[in-house]
Design a protein around this ligand. Structure first.
Ligand code: SAH
Length: 220
């Protein structure tokens, strides 16, 4: 059957609905996140040859040794960001644009999104992809995101798509009071952390084991 490999049907509403059902099974409950992930055409963010696997619960290569994160982790991180009880989360910074998929989901959920990428061709591709999809509330920067984006700070939320070996202190200073940051930390063994900015100081919680590409320094 050549049809199976042509991608026809793989990108249908039913395929996307299956991904949403699976996310629910995995414990995602935030309806706004589920609706956004139903809307964003994930298959358009990967190479055509991989389109038939775009809605599987896996990370996939996007070249330059980088990956598009698996749907579960995208959903989980955004759900954790949104779960603030103290401050409405509106203005969000993502570090590690990659192919731009998570930025597109963020743009459906939050009014104002900033995203940074250190690899120029990925930045360029994400930029044209978001433009093609008429997503215009994301400001992309081609820059090393490890120091955050001081010019646009403070943020209600910060989300990191690459793992720093240790918690980066500079970044959390760019959180508004009541804001929150979701990030993977570690080398071989990595954990997802939530950092909440309180009136005085920060509260850190360790959430679950994860596997991310490393945060790298400088531009490429
Ligand atoms: N958000 C993406 C995931 C991309 S993978 C998605 O939707 O699937 C992580 C990305 O972080 C890679 O593209 C990598 O180049 C980028 N990255 C790593 N270190 C970085 C840094 N210091 N600044 C900005 N981007 C970085």
């Amino acid at each position: 059957m050549t049809m199976r490999h042509s991608g026809i049907g793989m990108t249908s509403a039913r395929t996307r609905q299956r991904m949403i059902d699976r996310l629910r099974d995995q414990g995602i409950v935030d309806e706004a996140v589920l609706a956004a992930m139903y809307e964003v055409p994930r298959h358009l963010f990967v190479d055509e040859a991989l389109a038939s696997r775009a809605y599987d619960d896996v990370s996939l290569p996007i070249n330059y040794e980088q990956t598009i994160s698996q749907p579960y982790i995208v959903a989980r991180m955004i759900e954790v960001l949104r779960a603030s009880t103290t401050r409405p989360i509106k203005k969000v910074l993502e570090i590690g644009t990659g192919c731009g998929y998570q930025a597109a989901v963020l743009a459906h959920v939050f009014p104002e999104v900033y995203s940074m990428e250190r690899i120029e061709p990925l930045y360029q591709r994400a930029k044209s992809k978001l433009h093609d999809l008429a997503i215009n509330n994301v400001k992309l920067s081609y820059a090393d995101g490890s120091a955050g984006l001081p010019d646009a700070a403070l943020f209600d939320g910060i989300i990191m798509a690459a793992a720093a070996p240790v918690m980066l202190a500079a970044l959390r200073e760019q959180l508004a009071v009541g804001g929150r940051m979701v990030l993977p930390v570690g080398r071989q063994e990595q954990w997802l952390y939530l950092v909440e900015r309180e009136a005085q100081g920060f509260r850190e919680s360790r959430l679950e084991p994860v596997k991310f590409v490393p945060l790298l320094m400088g531009k490429a």
